[in-house]
Design a protein around this ligand. Structure first.
Ligand code: ZN
Length: 175
């Protein structure tokens, strides 16, 4: 099985300081939906991992998060792509869970659920914590992000999901 793991905020959609807490705040980044459709055509299964501390903090209800994800899945489908699963950490830092980045729990969950080992699987990450989580789970993290989606001082390997997917399917990633 060919699989790729995508972080959500800053990779597929715009990220906001307080998180995406309403469906109409879920706004795809340029080219991200087309990139997911391309992965689909290339035979990759796509899964999303996302930390949503707003749930634990009371800023985001699970029901609203589900509606946000329905909006995302529909937007992807409208471009001919598919997301197989969305793995969510609903905790905040004070919960000291095992699934919030930089802990590897979400990646381990998806590895178990999909019965796939991660050493050959790329993960498009938007933050250093996410790359640390993916690396700790044995996946191959790649920092992806454009203006405003990556913290100042970080050097993303690719400007956006489109460039990352292009390099991945053409064998342009070697690390
Ligand atoms: Zn968690």
């Amino acid at each position: 099985m060919k699989l790729v793991i995508l972080s959500r905020d800053g990779i597929i959609n715009k990220s906001f300081a307080g998180g995406v807490i309403q469906p109409d705040q879920w706004l795809p980044l340029p080219g991200s939906l087309e990139a997911i459709a391309r992965l689909q055509r290339e035979g990759y299964r796509v899964v999303v991992v996302t930390d949503q501390p707003g749930i634990s903090l009371g800023a985001l209800r699970m029901e609203t998060l589900n509606r946000i994800h329905v909006r995302m899945l529909e937007a992807v489908r409208n471009k001919g792509g598919q997301i197989d699963a969305v793995f969510v950490c609903p905790h905040a830092a004070h919960d000291k869970c095992r699934c919030r980045a930089p802990s590897p729990g979400l990646y381990e969950q998806l590895s178990e659920r999909l019965k796939i080992s991660l050493p050959s699987v790329y993960a498009a990450c938007a933050t250093e914590d996410e790359t640390a989580a993916a690396r700790a789970a044995g996946a191959r993290p790649v920092l992806v992000g454009g203006a405003g989606t990556v913290a100042p001082g970080l050097q993303p390997a690719f400007a956006g999901l489109g460039d990352f997917v292009d390099a991945m399917v053409t064998g342009g990633i070697r690390r």
